[in-house]
Unconditional design. Sequence first.
Length: 368
Amino acid sequence: MRSASFPFWGKKRGQNKKTKNFVKNITIRQENRWEKWNSENQDEVGLFRLDEFLIKRGFFADMKKILTVILIFCIYVAVPAVITLSVNSDDSQGVSQENIYGPRVNVKYKNGTKSVSVNEYVTMVLAKRFESGDETETLKAMGIMIRTDIYRVMGDEMSVDSETLGMEYFTKNVMKNEWGNNFEEYYNHVNDSVMSTGQMVITYNNNLIDAKYSRVCNEKTLSGTELLGADYAYLVPADCPEDMTSPDFLKTEEYSKKQFVKKINTAYKDSGLDENNPFGDIQVVSQTNMGYVTKIQVGNVVMSGDVFAKILGLNSPFFAIKDGKITTKGKGSGFGVSLYTANIMARSGSTYEDIINKFYSGVAIVSR
């Protein structure tokens, strides 16, 4: 019955046996060839025998599985974790293409130096200059001004040190300490304003400007051409009478003789000030009609009004001195954008372009 139902059964069994013998003979011959090749290639035998050994035991198949698992881990776990750490880091300002590529600023921290993107650094500087009443359009203008100054100093280089830029800035940790519970609100306000202007900068005759500004001016901004030279022709006097309403417009500081002498002698050891009557050794050499002191003599030293104001920590170089009392007008250098007027303009519907064009004449706002 088996033969009738399966007429080739017996034949197939015989063929199977022959096939096994045939394969066995081929295998033996192949192994002989392999041994002969090994003997002729002694330097590479170990490598190929190991390779054969690993193949026989399915090593590479296992390795494919292992590599697949590692790849999946990297895609779904490691990479998102790195991005999350970058975003949530105390000293990170956010992740963008510019953060990875493009010009960098080497920022000095207590524990070392960190390289950040230009816009990250703009946010850090703007955070230092920010005041709670600053409007969004004012912050946008300020961000563009800071970015302009960074690229102007950087020139054709792809990186610059924060010390070279000479700008004061806040790290995220400092922002948290300064702003407390308002940190998230203030940070988002500042950072969003910076990011919204992309890579915009201010140019005059195709050159990046020195984007000067003041928090409060003395009714009118100063002339760049008159006081700084022809390169500052874009700094034209701009009316800002509202600045007189600022609580920072007038400020009086009083110094004892000892305090005054100590501050001056710290900067100039050979000032020659009379410690018994130091205020009698002060003389304003030159000033503008508006009261901006351009030169002042203190003892044996002649310095600019800006330097004098910086030494004493005065609000501005618009000052008058009388018996140890120094009264200042405004807050800042007196040049460029008045931030107090800028905020008033922003509340009335003006844009950052309007603000920039009011205080800088003949400039262009372009994307770098």
